[in-house]
Design a protein around this ligand. Structure first.
Ligand code: MG
Length: 400
């Protein structure tokens, strides 16, 4: 790998929480990626909702295929920018590990359950939960809980964090992954510290991936029409370009070729815009990257177009009455599961109730029951959550 001076070099990693000897043939970031791929939480992504519930169709994206697409886009761009592909891939594959079943609906419901149960609760946030999964919930290794990933991968996973949660993390890990969310008082008004370029890239690749695949899934589901998409400049300009090059193309192939061109244009745009910004501002090393403004970016024009596409999807797909309908049922499933386990914790497997009194590595005291219940529910796939709900509540949440 031909790394630029501003790339993360595994030899200069800030290391793992529990020191380990280097692997003979793999870099520390490759090893992080491999640990993520072998984790239980990663396998569960295959049955977790992205936008469409898992039972609605076999061809829609799930969190797993979404994460693979993010990793692919991230690697392509990383290679062109001479930053660390392995690190981008590790972050991309782990970024959604903390998602609840049923997508954002599940997260919102779980957050409300925790806050209603205890107003002092930190609530539920999938980003923080992804970090919890890799830091403490995976139980695979003899010496520690979690996957013991490097600082750089963990930093990338914690994409955002409330001040309150950042203070909690900072208390047990001073100067660690949450530090950049706590600017010193005297620095008020100054820029918040940035994560590595690899983390910035995984974040933007996430956005590029879902904007594109949600068009595909939206059309496949029948909730979006090709004609409607004409109002989105980013789509319509490549639709026209495709039709000029292939006048007879119709239907799915027209859609795929348009999305392919749109994706390529965004990838090249990020590479060009970022290269220009780095040349202008300079970025001598990773520390300089962390101290400066964000560097991974679209050009101004592409940023506007991408935001317009996002708005279109929000209005026409994510808030489509058909999607909202399943969202309400999904929230109810999560609420009723939470209530059922809180009322009778022994309905959970013993490995989970054992944690009530145990000391997990992200907590100094025993884990509160509502957090154990939230961790258990968050780990469920869509179909397991539906099945458990049926068992505990005695009625089907979704029409067959
Ligand atoms: Mg994502």
């Amino acid at each position: 790998m031909n790394l630029a001076p501003y790339a993360c070099d595994p030899a200069l990693s800030r290391g793992r929480r529990f020191p380990e000897a280097a692997a003979p043939t793999r870099s520390d970031f490759q090893r992080d990626r491999d640990r993520i791929v072998h984790s239980t939480a990663f396998r569960r992504l295959v049955y977790k909702t992205q936008v469409f519930l898992n039972h609605e169709g076999d061809l829609f994206r799930t969190r797993l295929t979404h994460s693979l697409e993010v990793a692919q886009l991230g690697r392509s761009i990383a290679r062109a920018l001479h930053i660390n592909e392995d690190l981008v891939e590790a972050i991309a594959l782990a970024h959604d590990l903390g998602h609840t079943p049923f997508g954002h609906a599940g997260q919102d419901a779980l957050n409300n359950c925790l806050k209603a149960h205890n107003p002092q609760s930190a609530g539920f946030e999938h980003n923080l939960q992804s970090l919890r999964v890799v830091d403490s919930l995976e139980e695979r290794y003899p010496e520690y809980n979690g996957l013991n990933l490097t600082f750089e991968t963990r930093e990338g996973i914690l994409k955002h964090c409330s001040r309150r949660n950042a203070l909690r993390i900072e208390a047990r890990e001073p100067g660690g992954v949450a530090h950049r969310f706590l600017p010193p008082a005297e620095a008020a008004g100054s820029l918040r510290l940035q994560p590595s370029l690899e983390a910035q890239l995984a974040n933007l690749a996430d956005e590029i991936a879902y904007n594109a695949h949600d068009i595909d899934d939206g059309v496949r589901s029948g909730l979006l029409q090709l004609e409607q998409l004409e109002e989105v400049e980013l789509f319509s300009c490549y639709r026209r370009e495709t039709s000029l090059a292939h006048p007879l193309l119709r239907g799915r192939r027209l859609l795929f070729e348009t999305i392919r061109r749109m994706l390529s244009a965004q990838v090249y745009d990020v590479i060009d815009a970022t290269t220009r910004v780095i040349a202008r501002r300079g970025a001598a090393n990773v520390d300089a990257v962390r101290q400066g403004p964000p560097l991974i970016c679209f050009s101004a024009d592409m940023a506007t177009q991408s935001a317009a596409l996002k708005q279109f999807l929000l209005k026409n797909l994510y808030r489509h009455p058909k999607v909202s309908e399943t969202t309400e049922s999904a929230k109810q499933v999560v609420r009723e599961l939470f209530a059922a386990y809180m009322a009778d914790p022994l309905q959970m497997p013993q490995a989970h109730t054992d944690r009530f009194d145990g000391v997990d590595m992200t907590h100094s005291a025993g884990v509160r029951p509502e957090r154990v219940v939230a961790d258990y529910i968050a780990g469920m796939t869509d179909r397991f959550a539906s099945k458990e709900h049926g068992r505990l509540v005695g009625r089907a949440a979704f029409p067959a």
